[in-house]
Design a protein. Structure first.
Length: 563
């Protein structure tokens, strides 16, 4: 009965080890094979080796050595055999070795409680290959890499890049912990690094690591937990950003310096990104004063946020022109309404440029200035160049220019024009009696009365002193010139009140006509001047035509006859 039970136990044990995924063999107290599963037989049987009950373990090993199945023992068989038997007879031991076919096996031998042993063999070829691939990638990586024990934070291994970066020899490195190279943190904080590196933003945070020479380098560390040599380790990749941060700091300082320089420039400067709807991306302090908008409001805005109507269209058109012309650039004047309601004339020079050599222009650089006063000054200068400073009537040069233009329009028409030279009678006496100030005031009043007698198409000018000229154009008949001359005499001889003082004067007028007197300005002026002196010789306060025949055919009207 007992024999049958032992037999059943044997069958159950055999079935049990057969079901195991590892290769398993059981040995008695004399190290002889008792039982093994098919996976063990696949690895250690065949090819001249027959596993059988009662076969001693040492004998099995010698057969394997004789067949060259143990790669690591070739050339040192006895040494290897002694070492293997010593391991086998330990209470518990484990080691890895490679078979002749290239496979790797993890060997575990354990003493059984009743005596004898059990040997477990696991095929770890895939694991070894993975680790080998990892080592290739790890050792050859140009970035410093560390393997750190997940429990103790001791450095397990490092790659060549880490040796170069930190300056420790490899043996010295393996005696360090993460706290030794990350000195700004206490141990409890360093311990939290393992968990911290699992966070998505961990790699973005900078740390300070110390090298063997004591130099501190700013780094970013990315890491993940992996299994390495049967233990949980932290694989950390170190990115040295010291020089990058230094360069970024230099760029910031340069940018701040340029910003300061730009703000010191008294001229408004701006840059627009024309690939982004012409948005302002740069504006200096002078721009705030010029446009009346703070830089913070300008940046990111477009011209349409600050201008309306035709001004916007003109700005956008010149922006596009500058972009196309590149460094040649454009200049345009635009009247802009500021936030305080004032209107200012802004002149802007614009050039287009690219952010890369040879690239298509993308940006427009503008240099702007307020030319409102300048334009007003230019207009005043232009006015003064063609007008009398005292009366603001056209001067001799502008009068002659208008006379030439009017004469050029006469040929081919039935129209006439008249030139009237007007001279005040007794003006010298006013200056001598009351002073030049009173005389100047009288001249201004005379200029006003002259203009009141003329049409918008006519011109009154001061030629100098108390001499004035009038251009009547166009005229349909000679009588119109006589009527105006009569009215002028009437108006100019009426009394004046200058600063409370009553004054009187009169006027003598000479009249020439075109085309009757020719079509040359100088000739007409000479004729009118001769007629003027004729009027003075005849007693003043009257007008005379340059052609004596006209004086007999046109009824002379006295001042009192004009309404």
């Amino acid at each position: 009965m007992r024999a049958r039970d032992d037999r059943q136990d044997y069958v159950h044990l055999r079935d049990a080890i057969e079901a195991l995924p590892e290769a398993v063999a059981v040995f008695d107290e004399q190290d002889r094979f008792i039982l093994w599963n098919s996976r063990f037989a696949e690895i250690y049987g065949g090819d001249g080796i027959e596993l059988q009950a009662g076969l001693g373990f040492e004998e099995h090993l010698r057969h394997s050595l004789a067949l060259g199945r143990v790669t690591a023992a070739i050339g040192r068989e006895e040494e290897w055999l002694a070492d293997r038997l010593a391991r086998f007879r330990m209470a518990e031991g484990a080691h890895d070795h490679q078979l002749a076919d290239g496979r790797w096996v993890r060997v575990q031998d354990r003493r059984l409680p009743h005596g004898g042993r059990i040997g477990i063999r696991a095929d770890i070829t895939e694991l070894v290959e993975r680790e080998r691939s990892f080592r290739v990638l790890f050792d050859g990586n140009p970035m410093p890499m560390l393997l750190v024990d997940g429990q103790t934070l001791q450095i397990v291994t490092v790659n060549d890049a880490a040796v170069r970066f930190y300056g420790y020899s490899r043996p010295a490195f393996l005696g360090l912990s993460l706290a030794d190279i990350q000195p700004e943190q206490v141990d409890c904080e360093v311990a939290q690094t393992v968990d911290w590196l699992h966070e998505p933003d961990a790699a973005a945070a900078s740390r300070v690591h110390r090298t063997a020479s004591g130099e501190e380098r700013t780094v970013r560390v990315s890491g993940r937990m992996i299994e390495y040599e049967d233990r949980s380790t932290l694989l950390a990749t170190v990115f040295d950003i010291t020089d990058q941060l230094r360069m970024e700091a230099e760029v910031r300082r340069s940018r701040e310096f340029l910003r300061t320089v730009l703000d010191q420039i008294p001229t408004a400067v701006f840059v627009k990104d024309m690939w982004d709807k012409g948005r302002y991306i740069l504006s200096n302090r002078a721009s705030e004063a010029l446009y009346g908008h703070p830089c913070a409001k300008v940046l990111g805005a477009t011209a349409r946020d600050f201008a309306q109507g035709p001004a916007v269209e003109r700005i956008e058109k010149s922006d596009q022109a500058a972009l196309q012309l590149g460094s040649i650039g454009t200049v345009d004047d635009v009247m802009l309404k500021r936030p305080d309601g004032t209107e200012r004339l802004i002149r802007t020079r614009k050039v287009g440029f690219s952010d890369e050599a040879g690239g298509a222009p993308r940006y427009v650089l503008g240099i702007a200035e307020d030319v409102t006063e300048q334009r007003a000054t230019e207009a005043k200068i232009a006015f003064m160049a063609h007008h009398d400073a005292l009366t603001e009537l056209p001067n001799r040069y502008l009068f002659r220019d208008r006379l030439e233009s009017a004469l050029a329009r006469l040929p081919g028409t039935s129209e006439l024009l008249a030139v009237l030279l007007v001279d005040l009678d007794g003006f010298k006496a006013v200056n001598d009696s009351w002073g030049h100030g009173m005389g100047d005031a009288l001249l201004r009043s005379v200029a006003g009365r002259l203009l009141s007698c003329l049409r918008p198409s006519d011109t009154a000018a001061r030629l100098g002193g108390d001499e004035f000229a009038v251009l009547l154009a166009p005229l349909d008949q000679i009588g119109e010139a006589a009527w105006v001359a009569t009215r002028l005499i009437s108006q100019l001889s009426a009394g004046y009140n200058i600063d409370g003082r009553p004054l009187r004067t009169s006027a003598s007028i000479g009249v020439s006509l075109a085309p009757l007197g020719g079509l040359e300005p100088s000739g007409l002026l000479s004729l009118a001047d001769a007629a003027l002196y004729q009027a003075k010789r005849e007693g003043r306060n009257r007008f005379r035509f340059a052609d004596p025949s006209l004086n007999t055919h046109v009824t002379e009207r006295r001042t009192g006859e004009v309404a």
